[in-house]
Each structure stands twice: as C-alpha cells, then as structure tokens.
Design a protein around this ligand. Structure first.
Ligand SMILES: [Zn+2]
Length: 491
C-alpha cells in the first residue's frame, strides 16, 4: 500500500459502486463478532463507572444529533483499524509489518527502547519486530504524535494530503494490522491507553463521560483538566519518577483529555513534578494548562488560533475558535507550537531520554462536523505539513538519535450517506426504551455506534422485569446489532 513516490498512481482510484465501497469495510475481523465484542468489552468494563447494558448498533449506523458529519466509538473495524508508524534510532527501514498490534503495545515498546520498566499495569507487548537490533542504545528523545480520528484507510483515501506521513512510513516501519482493542473507540479512552499501556478496566477511563457514584451523576472523565479519574499510572509518571524527575515530559493536545491521557498525573503523582502538559482551549482560542498539576512554557501563551484562521473555510464562516478548530488553523498552530518547544526546551540534553507527546485533534473536530470530504482533506494536509516540519526539526536537532511513533486514537465510521447507514438520535432512542420500561434508564452515554445504558434495576423489578428483558427489547429494534448485559460482559 505504501508504494514509493514514483509508483504513486497518477490519480486516486474512483470509488466504484456502493457494494464495492461497503465491501471494503468487511474485514471479517475477529472483533466484528459478538464473542469478539464481548471479550473487548470485558477488558473495558468498570462495574461502577460503566452502565449495566452496552448496546452496539448495526454496522454503519451511528448515534448522532447532527444531520451531517460522522462519528466513532463502535467495535466495527472502521473505528478500530488505525495507523502505527515508527521511525528513528534502530527502527527498521522501509518495512510493512502485518503482525497484530494494539494501542497498549506502545508503552512497553517505548520502555524497552529507553531501557526502563513499563508500569506494572501495562499489558501490551514489546514490538520487537520493528527494530533492527535487540540491544540498541536509548534515543535522546522519544516522540509520539497521535492523529485524532485518523483511520488506517485514510493513509490511502487521503494519500495526497498525507505525503509526509507516508514518507515517514516508507522510511521506517508501518503496521498494517494495528487496532484499538478496547471499547468505546473514543479519544479519552484511547489516549489513556496510549499513555498507560493499560486497558480501560484498569485506567478507569471507560468513556468520554463516566458515572461517579459520589455525585450520582455522569461526569466528564477529565473534568476541569484534572487526571483525578485516571486510576492507572502512565509510562511518563513511572519513568519520570524512576529517574528522579530528571526526564522532561512535554505533552500538548487539541483538548485536555488528549494531553492528560498521554502524560499522566503531573504533581498529583506521588513524588511527581510539574510536567509541561497543555492543550488548546476552544473558549479562548489559546493554549492553557491546569497549574494545579502541570505547567506550560510562557512563550506559547500569546498564540491565538484566530491568527491562523481564514475568514471562510470551504464556504463556512470562521468567526470564532470553535469553528476554527475544525479547520487547518489548529494543526498549523500546533506545528508552530511544537517547533517552538523543540527550539526552546533543549530536550535530549541530559543523560536520560525526554518524552514529547502531541495530539492533532482537528481531523476529529472536522470528522464530527463535516465527515469525510474536502474539509477533511485540507485539514489532513495541514496536519501533514506540521508533522513534516516537526520531523525536519527532529532531524536537525538529533540526527538519527530519536524515536518517532505516529498513530491514532481511533478511526471513524464512513459517512452514513455513503453506506446507507442510519443516523440515530440518542435522546429519541433512549426515550423509546424508557417508554417501554417506564423510565428505568437513568443515564446514557452514546458514542458513534455504541451506547452505555445505566438502567435502574430496582425500577425494573417493580415492573416484574430484568436486564434480560431490556436486552431482548433492544435487540428487537431494527438498528441494534447486540445488547450486552453486565453479566454477559463479565461472564
Ligand atoms: Zn479522538
């Protein structure tokens, strides 16, 4: 797939008939079975923070309140199959690897290359096959860049936008079978897995919003820019402590949940120091941090997304940061911020490896707002340009003495209009269940093609009903593929 520049076909193949398009997503993957989904849910389940029923919509159907754009979160392969590209010191060159890999493998692999221990809760494997030698020297800097909502298939579908990314893949290793093994396939859960090497059952970050029993309410898992709900230590937490906080940790994201999930607890960690962890704030259009636990470099405070925005973007009027973040403006601002950090922070100058994490959030904002189309193409082009600049700066500063990982937090459903998939309004869907069960559903958490339901079992009992009855009713709905009860998940 990642043919050389000279072999690139002149034009991208035109997508043919609907059937051929849909067929491209029929992977027959083990995850796309009820058993595969159940196993995946079992490692993603917290009996307190999750609901007691998890339902999966049919392939291509998504929960959304919008009449345009796409979403993600489901067990279907288009949400799971993501890129994994590695480049740098002792990494093999020009190799496609078809071994299975998952997000939880990245932490053990980084730990191995740096010559230190992964957190005890990390569960992935070391990706030995990506390296030329088993006993290479540690790199000066390890960099992970996460492309938000960039499915593996985008390397092909948007090949003309992703030329730098594809070149790095051609010069290093590219995995063709990298998957998100947990559920839901969403940003907060994925970045926590990338930072800890653990599954959601251990990180406690089981959704974008989770149930907090003390508040008897659903709360945002990174509420207030705080890692309070992140129960597992990240690699950065453990590694920094092991070297007496001499490692520099810098983590920047397009949202708090990405930067925090990758970096960890800062000063909340026992013996931890205040690492540089900061993110784009859609309210102000600037970078911000939570100085209770983290810091950020002063020279980034004045950066403003509106300086990168154009008045219109593909006909959409760009008059505030929230519109601008779903455009090339944010990835261009991120590129400047990262080059600034590399120019100013002197990473790699001590006797321990420093860590730099970056999340490019805009493909996700664009995917939710506009779906796959020209907006996404142009935004990926900006992401790619910034990645090219960062790569150039890494080469200039470190020669080949660094390690670079490029991956994603999750993929995306193809636009429903292209597949015949349905847009299911989550509130209307829950109203329908509640009409059948006298309002027994207390809370719900929808994400793409999956939903957590928090059903009051006492209220069900008063109706002479059980979770099994809710399951059966849900499975009688046209758009539902399967409903898993908590017992089924934990069996
Ligand atoms: Zn995401």
């Amino acid at each position: 797939m990642l043919c050389s520049e000279a072999e690139e076909p002149f034009a991208s193949p035109v997508v043919g008939a609907y059937d051929a398009f849909v067929e491209a997503f029929d992977t027959g993957d083990e995850y796309e079975t009820v058993d595969g989904m159940r196993e995946s849910l079992a490692k993603s389940y917290d009996p307190v923070r999750n609901g007691n029923i998890v339902l999966v919509l049919n392939k291509y159907d998504i929960f959304t309140e919008n009449d345009r754009g796409t979403s993600h979160g489901s067990p279907w392969d288009y949400d799971r199959h993501i890129p994994l590209i590695m480049y740098g010191k002792d990494v093999r060159k020009g190799v496609e690897i078809d071994d299975d890999a998952v997000q939880q493998d990245i932490v053990p692999t980084l730990a191995y290359r740096i010559g230190t221990d992964a957190p005890v809760t990390a569960e992935g494997r070391v990706l030995h096959e990506a390296f030329e030698t088993r006993d290479g020297e540690r790199p000066k800097v390890a960099v992970m860049m996460v492309l938000d909502q960039v499915a593996f298939r985008y390397l092909d579908e948007y090949k003309w936008a992703l030329r730098n990314v594809r070149k790095i893949a051609r010069d290093g290793v590219s995995y063709t079978n990298m998957r998100v093994p947990h559920l839901p396939t969403v940003t907060t859960v994925g970045h926590s897995a990338l930072g800890t090497g653990a599954y959601p059952e251990t990180t406690g970050i089981v959704g974008h919003n989770i149930y907090d029993p003390d508040l008897d309410a659903m709360v945002y898992a990174m509420e207030g820019g705080s890692p309070q709900y992140l129960e597992a230590e990240t690699f950065a937490d453990v590694y920094d402590r092991s070297v007496g906080n001499r490692a520099r940790i810098v983590s920047v994201g397009g949202a708090d949940r990405t930067a925090i999930g990758m970096a960890g607890h800062g000063t909340m960690s026992p013996g931890g120091d205040s690492d540089d962890v900061f993110w784009f704030d859609p309210d102000t259009g600037r970078f911000e941090t939570n100085d209770a636990f983290y810091s950020m470099p002063d020279y980034l405070l004045g950066m403003d997304i509106m300086d990168y925005a154009t008045p219109t973007f593909k006909g959409h009027i760009v008059d505030d940061p929230e519109v601008a973040m779903a455009s090339p403006a944010l990835p261009l601002m991120m590129g400047d911020a990262l080059v600034n950090v590399l120019d100013n922070e002197d990473l790699g100058s001590s006797d321990v490896t420093d860590l730099l994490f970056a999340n490019f959030k805009s493909p996700d904002y664009v995917g939710h707002e506009y779906g796959q189309g020209p907006e996404l193409f142009l935004t990926l082009l900006a992401v790619d340009r910034s990645i090219g600049r960062v790569k150039e700066k890494l080469d200039e500063l470190y020669g080949d003495d660094y390690m670079l990982v490029i991956t994603a937090d999750h993929g995306a459903a193809p636009n429903p209009e292209r597949t015949g998939g349905r847009r299911v309004h989550p509130d209307q869907f829950v109203e329908r269940i509640n009409a059948d069960f006298n309002g027994a559903v207390r809370f719900n958490e929808p994400a793409g093609g999956i939903m957590n339901l928090y059903v009051d079992e006492d209220a069900l009992a008063l109706q002479g009903k059980t979770l099994e009855d809710v399951k059966d009713t849900l499975e009688s709905y046209d758009e539902v593929f399967h409903a898993f009860t908590k017992d089924e998940i934990q069996s």
